[in-house]
Write a protein that binds this ligand. Structure first.
Ligand SMILES: *Cc1c(COP(=O)(O)O)cnc(C)c1O
Length: 396
């Protein structure tokens, strides 16, 4: 077992999901985003756990991500949030992955593939119609929704199972951001109504991801699509502050700890430099701890200077440039609290002993916790915490 690894605190994941459920009406469905290997948390582990907690839909970004879930016994509905191309379409049918569709060309291509795949006339395959109400990414305009729904319904095997839109500013809390979200929501309602007006059942309608789920409970529709909050982080600091100012409290606990061990402690005289570019030079005699973790693991180069790791309950600064596979920490001269092979926590939940979170690293790297979490590479094996008999190391 390599010392640089990640632990998945399943209890915290369960806790976050129950916090999400508390914010919903009992009949509102959850579509949990497990794309990008569940934001770096191991998609199969997250999906199994979510399924056992009654989550009905899981969202992936690629067909391969969906196949991985099916091959590991996941039975829940799987929604494909990004578009695939015709050569992948037969796998949607084979593995029962529900695609988002829009545009005549895409619906026609899918319908043609379905005609080739399904032998029996009665077989129906559910798709969700994507409506672009202002995200500017995928989806038809609301004015086109009825026509596209008709196209779906008139194909031999496709069936409209739902409608979906995505907010561009749901993590914005200014008045103008709220207005934009409301405009998007109303546009989506219009699209849904226009489909109903044609006598077509719009199916399961969803619009809100983590941020809107918390800030706009009136927009939950039939299903919400949380991602980041299930893994223990607010979409951003602004949303967190906005919610607390309105007395909304959703208690989130980080799920993943990113850890390593001290593999060397070296005395450093004043004036000696650390790492490439000699960006850090010690201004006094000190000791430097070497950690076997670098940017190829996901400890991004831009996290230094500034990042701190926790060793035995105290924070120490990473100094000099972070290398591909290693980095160095200034632990101070003859520090009795840090010994060779001691455990080091980069970020994680409180229980892991971490004093920093992925959010702290995100603000340091001028990014969001999503990017910090999804940057953890394949080399960082994920283990369940507490460890069970079966290792949950990556399934690929
Ligand atoms: C990723 C994604 C989500 C989940 O987003 P979070 O901000 O992590 O909650 C929901 N819907 C769509 C369409 C997405 O792409």
């Amino acid at each position: 077992m390599r010392s640089t690894k990640a632990f998945i605190y399943k209890k915290n994941f369960e806790h976050n999901l129950s916090e999400i459920k508390k914010a919903l009406k009992p009949e509102t469905k959850i579509c949990l985003a497990v794309k990008a290997d569940a934001y770096g948390h191991n998609a199969v582990l997250a999906a199994k756990e979510a399924e056992s907690l009654g989550v009905e839909f899981l969202a992936v970004a690629t067909v391969d991500e969906g196949i991985e879930l099916r091959e590991n016994g996941i039975k829940a509905n799987i929604l494909l949030l990004s578009l695939c191309t015709p050569p992948e379409m037969h796998e949607l049918f084979e593995f029962n992955i529900t695609p988002l569709v829009f545009s005549k060309a895409y619906i026609k291509a899918l319908s043609d593939e379905a005609d080739r795949y399904f032998t029996s006339k009665s077989e129906e395959f559910s798709v969700h119609l994507a409506v672009d109400t202002g995200m500017g990414r995928i989806g038809c305009y609301s004015s086109e929704a009825a026509e596209e729904a008709r196209l779906i319904s008139s194909s031999s095997h496709l069936k409209l199972g739902g409608m979906i839109t995505h907010f561009a500013l749901s993590d914005g809390v200014s008045d103008s951001a709220q207005d934009y979200t409301r405009m998007q929501y109303e546009d989506f309602v219009k699209a849904v109504e226009s489909v109903k007006a044609c006598g077509i059942n719009p199916g399961i309608c969803s619009c809100g991801s983590s941020a809107a789920l918390m800030t706009h409970p009136e927009m939950h529709f039939d299903m919400v699509r949380p991602g980041i909050i299930a893994y223990g982080y607010y979409p951003d600091e602004v949303t967190k502050e906005y919610l607390s100012s309105r007395g909304v409290h959703i208690d989130l606990k980080p799920v993943l700890s990113f850890e390593t061990e001290v593999v060397a402690i070296r005395p450093f005289p004043k004036g000696k430099s650390v790492s490439y570019g000699r960006t850090w030079i010690s201004d006094k005699d000190t000791d430097i701890a070497v950690l076997p973790v670098g940017y190829a693991d996901g400890l991004l180069r831009r996290f230094s200077p500034g990042s701190q790791v926790t060793i035995n309950g105290r924070k120490y600064p990473v100094v000099g440039r972070i290398c591909m596979d290693q980095c160095m920490v200034d632990i101070g001269k003859n520090n009795p609290d840090v010994k060779l092979w001691d455990r080091v926590v980069i970020f994680g939940p409180e229980e892991s002993g971490a004093l920093c979170t992925a959010e702290d690293y995100a603000s340091l790297g001028k990014t969001i916790s999503y990017e910090v979490l999804t940057s953890l590479s394949k080399r960082v094996v994920r283990y369940e915490f507490p460890e069970s008999n079966s290792s949950t190391s990556e399934t690929r």
